[in-house]
Structures are given as structure tokens and as C-alpha cells.
Design a protein around this ligand. Structure first.
Ligand code: NDP
Length: 452
């Protein structure tokens, strides 16, 4: 049994490096999203071309600005309808419960917070995803209200709208944390305005049953991901009269990832996003802008570069993607089931091994839990990240080797997951004390056995 450090959860102190990193991200990333948009729409997907023109002095910031998209009323309307629809779908379990009292919905418990709170969630992400796609299909294929390429057709205008929404939500969340916090004892203040704005103060901001993190992390952006890809495929068809096998591959592999997310939404409640990260600009702007624009770069790139892959290569990429997905899926599932059944299950044909650990929340109570050391969790401490990375490499490889841009997501995810893994381990070390050290001795590597 482990001894426990008293404090866990997000760090309250901001180092100079963290502050500079925060400042850099706040200043640089919004510009980056516009830069990538311009690189695809005006330079065929070349990231280097606009930069080289800047450096050679043949393009000024004013020229760059003229290539940026314009804001439009249609984009506001499209986003407004989409957003309202997602809010209605979010409340569907409550609406159905009011009409059919026996309908319970997907009531789930989240993880214990550092202050000892454990929140209820009424999850229905799969329902929201399914209904959104059915409505899109009816509106495009059956009623012909608009073309399936509608999202691509307004991609530029929407970029402005989601930025406005992302900033508005971040500013609202920051103010709410001071004036009307949902769980005051779970707030974290660093004393640094920029860091608090970026990382968030409240852990689980809510307005009544409306949970900001569950909604923004898991609804407008991720539900849209597959529709955005479908829209890119439709745009490719409108432009060239065919859809390439690379576009189909990207749609299939990313579709698998999105459906997994909603199929296992209860699992998502126990991930770092929900039970550890506070809700600030990083999540608000990230969910509204970064996710829909940077996670879908491959499909966007393929609209202007209709890459047709040879059949053996396409099969290789598909197999690689399925291999990565299988690791991602089974490792997350092993941990989830292990925690749900308190270790009463079979993993790879035998009873799982584990390290027993304990921790204290600030309410002073001692709680116990277990860290799995069997299955993928005996291979490396974050092998679920390794599976995710292999899958993301497959999305990029599906776009061929013409440009580096479609590989951006792979490098970004690699950086994010390595940083996340170090951040998570720091928190677990504080939370579980010696128990965590014992676990690290049992499973010495993080992502790749023998390497890291
Ligand atoms: P994990 O699902 O790995 O959750 C880590 C937490 O699980 C730890 O904080 C700890 O929490 C618990 N834990 C750690 N080791 C063990 C163990 N051996 N046995 C039991 N519990 C353990 O991490 P994430 O939430 O970061 O990621 C979930 C998935 O989402 C991953 O597959 C990742 O690849 C993916 N992801 C994708 C992103 C994207 O942008 N595409 C971004 C982030 C994640 P506790 O305090 O409960 O002990």
C-alpha cells in the first residue's frame, strides 16, 4: 500500500517556461489555423510556399490578409443552427424523461475530483451523433436543401465564427469561475492571469445540468468531424467528378475513431480531459477551432490534391490504421473494464495483475484504487497513446508524400501525447506516492517498450 502526497490535481505554480509556452500558444495558434487555411486554399497545401514568399519579401502581411477568408452571414447562420441543434440533442435525455418517466437516459458517475466531488452525467453522445448525421442525410440527399459540400463551401467564413465563439466561451468561463463557480473548492488559481485564462480555473463548470466540458469537448466539434469529412468528399466529387480512395480511407479511419468516442462516452468521463483538465481557453478555443480545423486537415488537403493511391498501398495504410485502432480500442477498454469490475475480469486469458494504491482528496478521506499491470498496461504505461499515434500516422500516409501538411496532425498528436503523459505522471506521482513508484517499477516504459 502506498503513502500519499497531500496535494494532487493541476499544479498551482507557473514556471517561466510554462508562462512563455502559454503566451506563445495564445499568440501563435490562432494565426497558425489561418495560415494552414491559406496554405491549402491558395498554395495547394504547401506550408513552405507562403513562408518563403514572406522571407523573400514577395508577400506582405497585407497580401496574406487578402488571402484569408471573409466573415459571412451564412456562416453565422450555419453555425447557429448547428450549435442550437447540439444543445437540444444534449438535453434529449431530460426531454425524453419528462415525456416518458421510465426513460432513464445514460446516467453515469464521473471520477472523484481533488476536492472529493463525484458528478453525475447524463450521456447520449451516440444519440446526438446519429441524429445529426440522419438530419444531414435527409437535408442533403432527400430534401436537397443544400449540397453535402456545404461545410467546405463555407469553411472560410466558419473559421471566423468558431474563433468568435471559442473566445467568447473562454472569457465567459474565466468570469464565471470568479463570480458564479459551480464547485468553488475544485478551482485552481495560479495568480497569473494569462495562465489561468489559458488552463482554466474551474474543473467542472456547469449551469444547472449543462456541463461545459462534456458539451464543448464532446459535441459541436467532434460530432461535426465526420460531417466535415463527408463534406470534403462531396466537394472533391463536385470538383473532379470522383472521390479518391485516399479520401475514402481518411473518412473511414477517422469515422472509426469518432464512433468509438461516442460508443464509449462513459469511458470518456474517466479520461484526463474530463477528470483532470480545467476548463479554460485551451479547451474552449481548442474544441471550437483547433479540433474541427486541424484534426480534419487531411480531408481538406485532399480536396485540392485528389491523391489516388495504388491498391496495395491503400490496403497497407488501411491495415496500419486498423492495427493502431485495435491497440487504441482494446487498451482503453481493458483499463475501463478493469476499473469498472474492480479487477474481476479476464485479460488475455488470465486474471489481471495490478498494484494496489491509495490517495486522499482534500475532504481528508482515504480512498483505494488499483493500477492495472496486465494486457497492454503491462507492455507500457500509455500504450493507448501508442495505438492512437499509429492510427494518426495512417491518416497522414493516406495523403501520399506530396506535402508535409497532412502529417501535421501526427506530429502535433505525438507532441501533445508525450507532454500529456509527463503531465499525467506528475499528477499520479503526487496522488499515489510510493504506490506510483511501485507501479513504474512493474511497468518501466511509457510509450514504446525498451525506448521511452
Ligand atoms: P488515459 O485514459 O490513459 O488516462 C490516464 C489516467 O488513467 C491516469 O491519470 C490514471 O487516473 C489512470 N491510470 C493510469 N494508469 C493506469 C493503470 N495502469 N490502471 C488503471 N488506471 C490507470 O489517458 P487520456 O485520458 O489522456 O487518454 C485517453 C485516450 O484518449 C487515449 O487513447 C488517448 O490516445 C486519447 N486522446 C486523444 C487525444 C486527441 O486529441 N486525439 C487527446 C487526448 C487523449 P486515476 O487518477 O483514475 O488513477
Amino acid at each position: 500500500m502506498s503513502s500519499n502526497a497531500k496535494i494532487w490535481g493541476r499544479t498551482s505554480q507557473v514556471s517561466v517556461i510554462s508562462f512563455l509556452g502559454t503566451l506563445g500558444i495564445l499568440l501563435f495558434t490562432p494565426f497558425m489555423v489561418f495560415y494552414f487555411y491559406v496554405a491549402v486554399m491558395s498554395f495547394g497545401g504547401s506550408l513552405w510556399e507562403p513562408m518563403s514568399r514572406f522571407l523573400a519579401g514577395t508577400m506582405t502581411l497585407r497580401d496574406f490578409w487578402s488571402l484569408c477568408p471573409s466573415i459571412s452571414v451564412e456562416a453565422f447562420l450555419i453555425f447557429g443552427v448547428w450549435f442550437l441543434l447540439q444543445v437540444v440533442f444534449y438535453y434529449l435525455p431530460d426531454i425524453l424523461h419528462a415525456v416518458l418517466p421510465h426513460y432513464k437516459g445514460g446516467d453515469c458517475l464521473g471520477a472523484v475530483t481533488p476536492a472529493g466531488n463525484q458528478l453525475h452525467y447524463n450521456i447520449n453522445g451516440l444519440q446526438a451523433w446519429g441524429l445529426s448525421h440522419i438530419l444531414f442525410l435527409i437535408a442533403t440527399a432527400l430534401l436537397g436543401w443544400f449540397s453535402a459540400s456545404v461545410i467546405f463551401d463555407h469553411w472560410g467564413g466558419l473559421l471566423w465564427v468558431v474563433n468568435i465563439v471559442g473566445y467568447a466561451v473562454a472569457i465567459f468561463a474565466y468570469s464565471k469561475a470568479y463570480f458564479s463557480p459551480s464547485h468553488p473548492e475544485d478551482r485552481k488559481f495560479s495568480g497569473n492571469f494569462l495562465y489561468d485564462f489559458y488552463m482554466g480555473i474551474e474543473l467542472n463548470p456547469r449551469i444547472r445540468q449543462f456541463d461545459f466540458k462534456l458539451f464543448f469537448n464532446g459535441r459541436p466539434g467532434i460530432v461535426a468531424w465526420t460531417l466535415i469529412n463527408i463534406s470534403f468528399a462531396a466537394a472533391q466529387y463536385n470538383l473532379y467528378g470522383y472521390v479518391t480512395n485516399s479520401m475514402i480511407l481518411v473518412n473511414l479511419l477517422q469515422g472509426l475513431y469518432v464512433v468509438y468516442f461516442f460508443w464509449n462516452e462513459a469511458w470518456y468521463l474517466k479520461t484526463i480531459d474530463i477528470h483532470h483538465d480545467h476548463f479554460g481557453w485551451m479547451l474552449a478555443w481548442g474544441d471550437c477551432v483547433w479540433l474541427p480545423y486541424m484534426y480534419t486537415l487531411q480531408g481538406f488537403y485532399l480536396v485540392v490534391n485528389p491523391v489516388q493511391l495504388s491498391t496495395p498501398y491503400a490496403l497497407f495504410v488501411f491495415a496500419l490504421g486498423l492495427f493502431g485502432y485495435a491497440i487504441f480500442h482494446t487498451s482503453n477498454r481493458q483499463k475501463d473494464l478493469f476499473r469498472k469490475t474492480n479487477g474481476e475480469l479476464s485479460i488475455w486469458g488470465s486474471k489481471p495483475s495490478f498494484v494496489e494504491v491509495s490517495y486522499h482528496a482534500t475532504d481528508g478521506k482515504e480512498r483505494h484504487t488499483r493500477l492495472l499491470t496486465s494486457g497492454w498496461w503491462g507492455v507500457a504505461r500509455h500504450f493507448n497513446y501508442t495505438g492512437d499515434l499509429i492510427l494518426s500516422l495512417a491518416y497522414s500516409l493516406a495523403c501520399g508524400f506530396g506535402h508535409i501538411l497532412p502529417y501535421f496532425y501526427f506530429f502535433f498528436l505525438g507532441t501533445l501525447l508525450i507532454h500529456r503523459c509527463l503531465r499525467d505522471e506528475d499528477r499520479c506521482r503526487k496522488k499515489y506516492g510510493n504506490g506510483w513508484a511501485e507501479y513504474c517499477r512493474a511497468v518501466p516504459y511509457r510509450l514504446i517498450p525498451g525506448v521511452f
